[in-house]
Design a binder for this molecule. Sequence first.
Ligand SMILES: C[S@@+](CC[C@H](N)C(=O)[O-])C[C@H]1O[C@@H](n2cnc3c(N)ncnc32)[C@H](O)[C@@H]1O
Length: 218
Amino acid sequence: MSAHAQCIPALRFGWLTNLYDPLIRWTTRELAIKGRLLEQAGIRGGHRVLDVGCGTATLALLAKRRCPSATVVGLDGDARILALARAKIARSAGGVVLTQALSYELPYAAVSFDRVLSSLVFHHLTRESKGKTLREIFRVLRPGGELHLADWGRAQNVPMRLAFVAIQLLDGFATTADNVRGLLPAMMAEAGFAQVEETARYATIVGTLCLYRARKPG
Ligand SMILES: C[S@@+](CC[C@H](N)C(=O)[O-])C[C@H]1O[C@@H](n2cnc3c(N)ncnc32)[C@H](O)[C@@H]1O
């Protein structure tokens, strides 16, 4: 099957992809949350940084802007969203490299990145793909390298849980169930990561968004 066939588009239906940026900015407090994720990632000059499921490259571009001497690579399985990302990178200072590939078959050598970022991707993945993706991220990170991940997590309260039904109706109940149950940290630990922690939680109009940090031992 092609990479595209294995990858659920950002808003489930390909024809909605052009609406992704305005919708996500409006519903998720996007710039605050992505800014916080980059703050905790502590990207430094010379770092090699991979954004898994980069979508329209908002996070990858913010990373590059924060640290122009880092190498920033964005990977996504969907050619349509990568076309939007390419146009956005061309409109800005550029400098982000894009690759079309799947999160659980990363086309990179082992031990080749200092930081891996991923935002709003894991709730698109089946349980098996989440595990495979985490093992692939672990493989490509250098010892001591870090994963910084943002995604929907266990709701802080009943209104947040109810709000998240809107996302589940769009993205599906099966792939979002692990997020709702707060299982992402345990899955990271199972893939070999140490010092796994939830670093922040945000209430948004469509549910609870959590930030996580995890370190490859070494
Ligand atoms: C909701 S969007 C998030 C985009 C971006 N990271 C952000 O925070 O705005 C999810 C992205 O993950 C990509 N994606 C989903 N499953 C994937 C997979 N198995 N491999 C690579 N990309 C995948 C989709 O194409 C989409 O661009």
